[in-house]
Design a protein around this ligand. Structure first.
Ligand code: MN
Length: 454
């Protein structure tokens, strides 16, 4: 018999269920039992952990208008938690709201969005331990703000686009003792350099959800349980435009949360054109990016939430961020050289000569250059002593110049100098052995010339 809508006097016999909530009360605890179909409270002097699996017998009684269970026998058991998770997720009530963005890709993603939503609603109902790692930029932060409207999570900032074995070991250590924890990676995890760390994490028994829009070079579906990625339904360069933060917002909306206002912030942060973005939303993205640049690994999400609510802090960060961007414009202009003239032009900015502290970082300096070159098909490379950053506009992408494919062939042809890297068709970065940046740039010029001739 299921725990759903029990009437007074109904008898429950050996029902497999789990503890999904606990409240301290005078003389003991009040617990909520869930079997995946319904739930009911009972009182007990004994202590049980969240997720404790039990075989329960008893009868329902009315306690001042609330149906509770008078327990006659209670036995600890095992092996039922996953089936309860499955039932809770299947029974979760989703909200069928129209997607904010248009396009066939996102329509095709709807089943995955719903799968993620069911998982979050199930985790909420069962009080599961959720660890949410978000990328340290406006897209990752906006998405994390959306997901935490649905479920309480331990949030932690990830200052790299790669999930390394170090990350995995640390997470596995912190998750010790948690019953079937859910780990969500937001706006990173699909790169090839995350595959090893992810496979270790998955082997630990944690359930892994990845919401990411970076090209799925690491085949993240193999090392996760749920993958929400536009690359699974669209292989064009436009797939990246469905940013992780945007997708997370759609997940929250399918859960019934009004998170729509966070989506344009995510899009502004990653320069995605899928949604209209207002000046204010662009400002919020800038503030989040600035704060994320200056804050460390492991930072919790509340830090950003509080800053957005604190008007004085917000206004002051905005002024600083804008000044920092303005300050570099002249330097960028001075240090940007046109290296290739043709169907697709290539410009190179020496970012070491641009006076900037941590913000704007190399990527944003390159973006600044990119904003200065105009609309003709162009590639901007921001270079420094051991790396470079790509920004490529639509005109160049249409002519077949894509950063992710250039990077893939560079890794093959110059594997000895390329130490890593990845990203999108329009924006990506490379780590290069010191002393070899110039030769890599030469090779890129060659590749752009070839691609734009074809
Ligand atoms: Mn992103």
């Amino acid at each position: 018999m299921s725990l759903k809508n029990l009437e007074e006097g109904a008898v429950v016999e050996n029902a497999p269920c789990v503890i999904s909530r606990r409240r301290k009360e005078r003389g003991g605890f009040s617990y909520t039992l869930t079997d995946g179909e319904g739930e009911i409270e009972f009182e007990s002097g004994s202590f049980f952990e969240y997720g404790q699996e039990l075989m329960v017998s008893g009868s329902a009684y009315n306690d001042r208008g609330f149906m509770k269970l008078k327990v006659s026998s209670l036995e600890k058991t095992s092996g039922i938690y996953e089936s309860v998770i499955g039932r809770v997720e299947a029974n979760a009530k989703l909200f069928d709201v129209a997607l904010l963005a248009e396009g066939s890709a996102v329509e095709k993603l709807k089943p995955k969005i719903e799968e993620c939503a069911r998982k979050l609603l199930g985790a909420r109902k069962l009080g599961r331990h959720v660890l949410l790692r978000f990328h340290n930029d406006a897209d990752g932060i906006a998405g994390a703000l959306a997901l935490t409207r649905v479920v309480r999570a331990y949030t932690s900032q990830q200052n790299s686009a790669n999930y390394t074995p170090f990350d995995a070991m640390r997470d596995i250590g912190n998750l010790q003792g948690q019953k079937k924890p859910l780990v969500i990676l937001l706006d990173f995890g699909c790169g090839i350099e995350s595959a090893e760390g992810l496979s270790v994490l998955k082997a630990s028994g944690a359930e892994v959800m990845i919401i990411d829009h970076h090209p799925n070079e690491g085949k993240a579906e193999r090392n996760s349980h749920v993958l929400l990625s536009p690359w699974t339904v669209d292989s064009s360069a436009e797939a990246s435009f469905y940013t992780a933060g945007y997708l997370a917002v759609e997940v929250a909306r399918a859960c019934g949360e009004d998170a729509a206002s966070l989506a344009p912030i995510a899009c502004a942060g990653d320069k995605s054109p899928i949604l209209p973005v207002s000046d204010t939303e662009r400002e919020v993205a800038l503030v989040l990016d600035y704060m994320a640049t200056y804050s460390g690994f492991g930072n919790k999400l509340d830090f950003y939430k509080n800053a957005l609510e604190n008007r004085e802090l917000y206004a002051s960060v905005l002024v600083q961020a804008r000044e920092a961007l303005d300050r570099i414009s002249e330097d960028v202009q001075k240090n940007m050289k046109k290296k290739l003239e043709g169907a697709v032009s290539v410009y190179v900015v020496d970012t070491e000569k641009v006076k900037s502290r941590e913000f704007p970082g190399k990527g944003k300096i390159t973006t600044r250059g990119f904003e200065l070159v105009g609309d003709a098909p162009a590639v901007v490379l921001g270079v420094w002593k051991n790396g470079l950053s790509f920004r490529i506009n639509s005109g160049a992408v249409e002519k077949g110049v894509k950063a992710d494919s250039i990077i893939a062939s560079l890794k093959e042809e110059m594997g000895d100098f390329i130490e890593g890297g990845g990203g999108h068709a329009r924006a990506a970065s490379l780590r290069i052995k010191e002393g070899f940046v110039d030769s890599v740039v030469e090779k890129i010029l060659e590749k752009v010339r070839e691609a734009s001739l074809e």
